[in-house]
Design a protein around this ligand. Structure first.
Ligand SMILES: NC(=O)c1ccc[n+]([C@@H]2O[C@H](COP(=O)([O-])OP(=O)(O)OC[C@H]3O[C@@H](n4cnc5c(N)ncnc54)[C@H](O)[C@@H]3O)[C@@H](O)[C@H]2O)c1
Ligand SMILES: [Zn+2]
Length: 349
């Protein structure tokens, strides 16, 4: 005998992303703002002048990627239990991508899932991490290996927060922006070549275009069964660079910038991109002081580390390669010899 449970359902996870001055928000429920000491010191007072709720709490977890782990998730969950949060209660992520990923994950598992809102405060989290509902944390086996797809109810992006962001962190966000422009939006790429992001209106426009680009990709493929994986352009190489430099030398976005250059050298060799475009992309990264050069310590080891990538299998490595500007290809058919010849261009001289 077979009992079938009919569970086919259409779920509407749609939400709005406001790119504007943060409005006043009131929530008729228990709410906790999750943040870290750095962001709290700089901006919590301002946030509290905008956000109110039936009952409002603040949960502070330590600052840093190394704290994006179960211990911090437990701090968040315990505080929610202590304050008797129920299924209608809500979290607000207030910080960069680390806070966003953890707040999203904690809200995805608390009593099997409650609502959360993103108020991202770094450029990277405003254009990338807060959009699309990927949440997660790290463990000793690697980064972002634990998590869930859990879309926020809303995202509020206020570029005012970026006025206190260190310039290297700003650059790291730019690398993710260049990633989206090269793979999906040629017009946006040309805008970035001309743009002066020191002008706050231009910056706001840039954030808007990046969010629109990412949102359109997520709308096509929410759970990353296909095209969303193309947003990992530059990351296959970048992750190996982060691994080789033990996550100390480069910010993630900086490693991605070098990864983009490496991916483009691969595209060039595959005939997917001409030399002029390779140079244009490199020049754009350098405009924002991002690194584009790298000395690989051990080429064979660098190649082997590709297999740790989540997209790769035990036998095949998946590469995301741009086809000129505004198009992208996901392929696991790059010959090892070809990749090694690309890596040799970055070999230790
Ligand atoms: N979920 C996704 O789709 C997605 C996408 C990309 C990245 N991520 C994740 O995002 C994380 C990286 O995010 P990030 O680059 O924002 O790093 P982060 O959250 O560590 O922030 C960088 C630093 O800037 C500080 N900071 C934050 N806002 C500030 C402000 N306004 N002024 C001054 N300092 C400020 C933070 O406290 C931190 O020290 C990684 O863990 C990555 O895995 C997730
Ligand atoms: Zn990234």
């Amino acid at each position: 005998m077979t009992v079938n449970i009919p569970l086919k359902q259409v779920v509407d996870n749609s939400y709005d992303i406001s790119i504007d001055a943060l409005p006043s928000l009131y929530f008729d429920t228990k709410v906790a703002i999750v943040t870290n000491p750095t962001v709290s010191k700089l901006h919590l007072k301002f946030l509290l002048s905008r956000v109110s709720a039936k009952e409002l709490h603040v949960i502070v977890v330590p600052d840093g990627e190394e704290y994006k782990n179960q211990t911090s998730i437990d701090i968040i969950l315990e505080s929610m239990f202590e304050h008797r949060f129920n299924r209608k209660s809500m979290l607000i992520a207030f910080g960069g991508g680390v806070i966003g990923d953890m707040t999203g994950y904690a809200s995805s598992i608390y009593q099997r899932g409650i609502d959360f809102i993103q108020i991202p405060t770094t450029l990277l989290s405003q254009v990338d991490a807060s959009v699309g509902g990927k949440t997660g944390m790290n463990n000793k086996y690697g980064k972002n290996l634990i998590g869930a797809f859990h879309q926020p109810k809303a995202v509020y992006i206020d570029s005012y927060f970026l006025t206190t962001l260190p310039s290297r962190e700003f650059g790291a966000g730019i690398a993710e922006i260049v990633k989206m422009a090269v793979t999906f939006n040629k017009g946006f790429f040309e805008f970035l070549e001309r743009a002066d992001l020191k002008d706050s209106e231009v910056l706001q426009d840039c954030i808007k275009q990046a969010v629109q680009t990412k949102a359109s990709v997520v709308a096509k493929d929410e759970k990353e069964h296909g095209i969303r994986a193309a947003l990992n352009y530059g990351h296959t190489f970048g992750h190996v660079i982060e691994n080789e430099t033990k996550y100390k030398k480069y910010l993630h976005g900086e490693a991605v910038a070098i990864g983009i250059v490496m991916a483009n050298e691969t595209s060039l060799k595959m005939g997917f991109m001409d030399l002029k475009t390779v140079d244009r992309i490199k020049k754009l990264l350098e405009k924002y002081n991002l690194p584009t050069k790298y000395n690989i310590l051990d080429i064979e080891n660098f190649y082997e580390t590709f297999y740790l990538d989540k997209k790769s299998s035990d036998t095949k490595i998946t590469f995301i390669l741009a086809l000129g500007l505004g198009n992208v290809k996901i392929t696991d058919e790059c010959d090892k010899k070809l990749i090694i010849s690309v890596l040799n261009k970055f070999g230790n001289k």
